[in-house]
Write a protein that binds this ligand. Structure first.
Ligand code: COA
Length: 190
């Protein structure tokens, strides 16, 4: 999945060369097309094998991924995207912002999505992105970070557990008209 698009010219300076040649920086609006392509492909690589009715899958992809959608999110102020890049191409991202799930915590923030390319799984990129999200949330005075994980996404669950997330509740995550059971997990920050 690493060849999904190139990053924009005039991008902000990334952090110094990291492990494995991966660097990190916040997304800017001109990243929108490459980010949308990466996000779509990485979502499909993770969940595309599931038996979603084609109209549900199509509705979900159309609603969530597209250059205009990501551009508005990046520019809108409520969503923050952190990118991992190698040789100028996106190999991972974390999307974070205010709570979109049924969580009763006025002081909580959410990791909406965390995806890394197959080529950097197990390489510490996900941890670096989560470290950044936790630092961002702390910097905004949040007492906890929440996320939603599909009940059968074992690899993600193992990663989140190791990171320190614990059970909070569960909810229904909609893919079109298909209802998935997701766990809501919480990382206490204080
Ligand atoms: C979830 C994700 C960000 C974690 O990053 P990562 O680099 O793979 O994480 P790590 O390799 O450090 O940790 C993954 C854990 O799963 C284990 N694992 C590896 N392959 C696995 C598999 N096929 N099934 C279950 N567990 C697996 C690893 O051994 C590790 O467990 P451990 O900590 O007990 O040793 C990454 O796998 C990813 O992008 N997955 C696809 C997108 C996704 O599912 N995002 C989350 C949506 S909620």
């Amino acid at each position: 999945m690493s060849g999904n698009g190139s990053t924009a010219q005039n991008s902000p300076a990334p952090s110094p060369q990291g492990r494995g040649g991966v660097v990190y920086r916040d997304a800017i609006e001109s990243d929108a097309a490459a980010l949308a392509a990466f996000a779509r492909v990485s979502w499909l690589a993770t969940f595309g094998h599931l038996p979603y009715p084609p109209p549900d899958l199509s509705a979900y992809l159309t609603k969530n991924f597209g250059a205009e959608i990501q551009r508005e999110e990046i520019g809108g102020g409520d969503t923050r995207y952190r990118l991992a890049l190698r040789d100028g191409e996106i190999v991972g991202y974390c999307m974070m912002g205010s709570l979109s799930m049924p969580v009763d915590d006025a002081n909580g923030l959410e990791v909406h999505r965390l995806y890394v390319d197959e080529s950097v799984k197990g390489a510490g990129v996900a941890r670096a992105l989560m470290d950044d999200a936790a630092a961002w949330a702390r910097g905004r005075g949040a007492s906890a970070l929440y996320l939603s994980v599909w009940e059968n996404n074992e690899r993600a669950q193992r990663f989140y557990r190791r990171y320190g997330f614990n059970d909070y509740s569960e909810w229904t995550f909609m893919v079109g008209e298909t209802a998935d059971r997701d766990f809501i997990w919480k990382l206490a920050l204080s």
